[in-house]
Unconditional design. Sequence first.
Length: 360
Amino acid sequence: MYKKIYNLIVAISFTSLTPIYSQESKTVAISTTDCLAMCKANTSKKALLLQSINATSKENPTGSTNEMVWVAGGEFNMGTSDYPDAKPVHKVTVKGYWIDEHEVTNAQFAAFVKATNYVTIAERPLDPKDYPGVPLENLVPGSAVFVPPAGKVSLENMQQWWQYVPGASWQHPTGPESSIVGLENNPVVQVSYPDAKAYAEWAGKRLPTEAEWEFAARATRPATKYYWGSELKPNGKWAANIFQGTFPNNNTAEDGFVGAAPVKSFPKNPFGIYDLEGNVWEWCNDLYRDDYYKSSAKDNPQGPSTSNDPEEPGVEKHVQKGGSYLCSDQYCIRYVAGSRGKGETTSACNHLGFRCVKDK
């Protein structure tokens, strides 16, 4: 029996920060003092990263279609009958568009930050008014990090493997002691929806609609359980970076990766697009509603005007697609064709990224 995806992918949103800090000794991996010291010590790592970016990447000029694939558009059956929020399966038509051939990488996002001095939400100071009762010294910027427990645990409580880690950000995906130096070709993570949208606008692009994303993933193929086909391991090989082993404590990494894989590590689809299944979840532009498919427009749907998730009423969420390296058939199988993910708009975590699209 699979848990609903919201129990896995919501990156411990700011609305849940207070109870996490109220149990700080149990759930926060490092102290505030250690966090600040590590951040200061990482100055040399940041210098190395900038040197690497200068040597290996070029700023993406506005309007460029470099490393993008043209998708001609067309009609397809969107959704799946396997999940209530992905029903009913319905016909949708999308116009032609360009789509990134792979997820936005650390190198690409670093070029954006270098050009704009952009500060992601996970790096910004926290407003004490949002966290009544939390000591000021504990209000340190950070984000959610997957930390596998030492042994088997009940799958009823995601806080057994998700921790709020001060200092976690796109430059330090698992905390201030970590770095993306040497991981320039990995997908950027720890980015919220506003962060992804800001990058897309800088690059002269936009985030894909949910329909555009799914049309690109299906690539005009017949409906199958997985975007790549009917078999989990075609020809005995893993087709995407997902979780093998016993979730959440024992990842056997049969596909070659414990965490996120460098982009293009798995075969491209018939459109020439990589990593549309597994690796990292990807933000879409659509607001999330659990009942949207019942009234979705047929032509180029743009998503609902309001967000609604019955599990967390009043929390604005956006659609996420594709699953991640943490998707497991034991817990989360929402990397399968037509399924949907969702995330609180300002949340981030270390298995969540994005890609962009561009109109003709």
